[in-house]
Design a protein around this ligand. Structure first.
Ligand code: FAD
Length: 313
């Protein structure tokens, strides 16, 4: 199979996520999703410009269920790479895709100058907890997608990790073995699902170390700004929602500002503990709204701007 060359997007090649993490500089990345409406697109670019001012290490762009945002993911990642100073990580899932289709998407990423790909299996469209059906010419699990992307060219590939275990995994040890398999397939790092208990993250890192894996695992952090939304997301993702936090939020459920303040306070405390305990960076899930994650980031690093990815190249 021929290899796909990523188009260089600047004379000074930016560091990939793996290269950046290897430099030992704390990585701060922010996750966005491709919007479906012109209004959503305006929100996204406003949020991206606000995040750009912080000089984050990377921004990532999700891949919609069943490839529904494929063109949006490619287009937005390319615009980020060419029109901003940010370095994009493009997500990719195996849902409903043949190998030939996946190869085309990866070729589009390369054509857009994207070298960083987060390789995921994805969830069944419609009902994330429904039956997973593999495309007859596609892949069953993310480790196969990692091998495939790596076989096609000089890509830096990241994968998903789950401090509270993936909802379909039998137990925490089985879940850790799956992550180890993705590292063995060639993933250079992992980004976790959001979670609320720092110890769950540290225990995941220890389980991987016992399996001989020392690849960086970047914690995913999502400040609670909307109780109903995060409760639903936690149910679908398997994240354990701590009862004490739920009680605090319920007590102020009618006061959006109070909910937001608690969310930022809790996310800041969690982030600080993760970094103090040795986490290599933080990956903020923004839901395309920059203000809450910017507040957490500022609480952590003050008004200082973060290191740009190119700085480590
Ligand atoms: P896998 O690693 O393949 O695991 C899927 C399930 O199969 C798990 O239960 C696992 O334990 C099991 N399993 C894996 N390998 C084997 C094996 N060899 N034998 C037996 N069982 C196995 N979804 C999107 O649709 N778009 C996105 O952009 C997106 N971005 C994400 C970003 C992050 C940081 C995270 C944490 C998740 C993201 N997701 C996204 C969600 C993700 O696609 C789902 O959580 C999905 O259910 C699992 O994907 P995975 O890559 O971990 O799959």
């Amino acid at each position: 199979m021929g290899s796909i060359e990523a188009r260089p997007r600047s004379p000074r090649r930016p560091a990939t996520m793996s290269e950046f993490l290897a430099s030992g500089v704390t990585s701060y990345s922010f996750e966005f999703f491709p919007p479906k409406t012109p209004g959503g697109e305006r929100h996204l670019w406003t949020a991206l410009r606000e995040i750009e001012a912080l000089r984050p290490s990377f921004v990532s762009v999700t891949y919609g269920a069943g490839g529904s945002t494929r063109d949006g993911t490619v287009r937005i990642s390319e615009r980020i790479g060419t029109e901003t100073s940010l370095t994009p990580i493009a997500h990719l899932t195996a849902v409903n895709h043949s190998r030939a289709e996946l190869r085309r998407v990866i070729g589009s990423y390369a054509g857009a100058g994207i070298r960083d790909i987060l390789a995921l299996r994805g969830d069944p469209p419609g009902n994330p907890l429904g039956t997973w059906v593999r495309h007859p010419n596609g892949f069953a699990y993310a480790d196969e997608l990692v091998t495939f992307v790596r076989s096609l060219g000089d890509f830096c590939v990241g994968v998903a990790a789950f401090p509270d275990k993936h909802p379909r995994a039998a137990d925490l040890d089985a879940d850790a073995r799956v992550l180890a398999g993705k590292f063995r397939a060639g993933a250079g790092y992992a980004i976790t699902q959001f979670f609320f208990d720092a110890d769950a993250y540290f225990r995941l890192v220890e389980r991987l170390a016992r399996l001989g894996c020392d690849q960086p695992i970047v914690p995913g952090v999502m400040p609670v700004t909307n109780v109903a939304q995060i409760t639903r997301m936690a149910q679908l993702s398997g994240a354990a929602f701590p009862p004490a936090l739920a009680r605090r939020l319920e007590a102020v459920a009618d006061d959006a500002m109070a909910v937001r303040e608690i969310g930022i306070e809790v996310a800041t405390a969690l982030s600080a503990r993760l970094l103090a305990g040795g986490a290599p960076g933080l990956h903020f899930i923004t839901l395309n709204r920059s203000t809450a994650t910017r507040d957490v980031y500022r609480n952590l690093v003050g008004s200082a701007v973060g290191p740009a990815a190119g700085a480590a190249a």
